[in-house]
Design a protein around this ligand. Sequence first.
Ligand code: ADP
Ligand code: MG
Length: 706
Amino acid sequence: MSEKRSVSEMFGCNVFNDSVMRERLPKAVYKDLKKTIEEGTELNPAIADVVANEMKEWALEKGATHFTHWFQPMTGVTAEKHDAFITPTENGKVLLEFSGKELIKGEPDASSFPSGGLRATFEARGYTAWDCTSPAFIKETPDSTILCIPTAFCSYTGEALDKKTPLLRSMQALDIQATRLLHLLGKKNVKNVNTSVGPEQEYFLVDKEKYLQRKDLIFTGRTLFGAMPPKGQEMDDHYFGIIRERIGKFMKELNEESWKLGITAKTQHNEVAPAQHELAPIYATNNIATDHNQLLMETMRRVAERQGLKCLLHEKPFKGINGSGKHNNWSIVTNTGKNLLEPGDTPHDNQQFLLILSAIIKAVDEHADLLRMAASTPGNDHRLGANEAPPAIISIFLGEQLEDVVKQLVTRGEATRSKHGDKLASGVHTLPDFEKDATDRNRTSPFAFTGNKFEFRMVGSTQSISDPNVVLNTIVADALSEVCDELEKVEGDLQDVMMEAHELTKRMLTDHQRVIFNGDGYSDAWVKEAERRGLPNIKSMVEAIPALITEKSVKMFEKFGVFTEAELESRAEILFEQYAQTINIEALATLDIAKKQIVPAVMKYQKTLADSVAVLKATGMDTDVQESLLGDITENLKKLYTAIGILESETDKAQSIKDMNEQARFYHDVVFGCMNAVREPADKLEMLVAKEDWPMPSYGDLIFEV
Ligand code: ADP
Ligand code: MG
């Protein structure tokens, strides 16, 4: 696959990007389209035919035979249905055509996608609509070359059926409110505001042959059984360690494939757990970053497959070993290129920054439950609050410098100085002298300010980053809009507005400082302290979902046109259903593996042992050891068998519950625990039975022998 091409030649070669459009489209058409992309103006349908035709010509040159409206239904993965470019002619031949209509609108009969009751199956119409702000691209696999057009997916009546529509709506909401604020603050030259996002993606790689011997990985993406190997991650020798050749080869091809798609794959390293790695791209506009992250995950899976590997994106593939997340780095930028989260050298006198910062603090405090919800997946339940990922409590880390500024404002009503970092004192003369950042990192915080951006660290590794960003954009739009409402009441000039802004900043900080926490988020003391502060500690996905449909949430999402109440209800329903289905599959897989693989293997080994006891006894030898081992095995086998019976009956019970919410809760409260009860004796048995008789590769085989 890897041809010898320079990175700059390779980068974006499969993307219908700005330079391709500028080169190929008639000037007027290019300008028109560019205006829509950059300024968010309405798309002029008259140009669609021209764009479509050029897109097709370009795609054909690249060897494409089909096009697809690429969309992101609520399953969380992407969907596509391919159409060939062919149109038959009278003489029995074909023309290759692609019209503006086909570019703009698609109608995948989409009755099988989750809609949470929004679209009854007898009314299965769903439409995909071209998102021209995210560039079309070509997906090249060994067996096909497809032109992919990023689209949004809505029902006949305009309800969002996907992860992209609400994201675009939320970006628009934040754009409107942030621009409004900047205009009030005298920044009249700003035309629009966008959010930039850089998601860091963690993943595991395991050997494909071994993967195929693990039914749990195949069916659920995580191991449902597995005793800890003698060595785990305690030596910290994998983190940033030397990248092994096999992994290096994977990373090389992954980078190349990503670059071709215009994904700015930049940073790669080994992560904390053995066999765990990370890739971070350079940040991009929110919807493009989201599309790219989806594409990246898909590319990771594909490249791994090609190289005899399997890429595990599950949040917790292995018990007892760190799981995977996605850090969602987020900032707000103007069309003039200014990052609104840039504090400058002296944040204490950067009034605009402090105003926006306090609005974000207010937003996060008021809607902590929604942010928590936006990081909820069945897999992430294993991580959040488990001392490897941020706790399930939402708090904000500001760092020493900003915390000090906030303190000055809250206690003295005025901030007059900003702390600065000292010089780095390495004690070696030949090492360069440089000033330290004013703040160290805090890896235990779920929502950390890191220089000129916020890093939301709770997001699960499999998730679409649309979920957290929809919430972030909307809650911040909400807070900014309240700020604007206040500032618009001010009579007087800009100076009066700035005075009011200062008052507002102080008020918001005073009211919401409880959400700021710079200490150790993993400590028990924090859990208690957070409770004292009245911060919510929402422990699981099923407890988090209802946040979507509270009166407060519905009011806000409706106000900014991001979700209607019906859309929110449907999303909550889908999430409950997804949770229940996930645990149901895990429970059935647990039963399947325990009954058909583990119990028979243990019985076989038991017999071998019993036979050897008999032989030894016949020759008058001591059989204490064998008998004691046999006793241990028998005891655990009994426990296993009992636990299997209980899991079986509780899963049956769960399946018969009609109410979605109640069903999901039952899976969480009861079935999940019953699964663990099966696992416990099984993992003990793994340590008692001979390796060659155990029916699947061990944790050690999977994570140390990639
Ligand atoms: P770290 O591991 O120290 O957090 P990484 O380099 O792994 O740093 O990831 C940082 C991510 O944040 C990258 O994707 C980067 O592009 C992104 N990023 C940097 N600056 C911004 C910004 N202003 N807005 C949004 N994302 C940003
Ligand atoms: Mg990070």
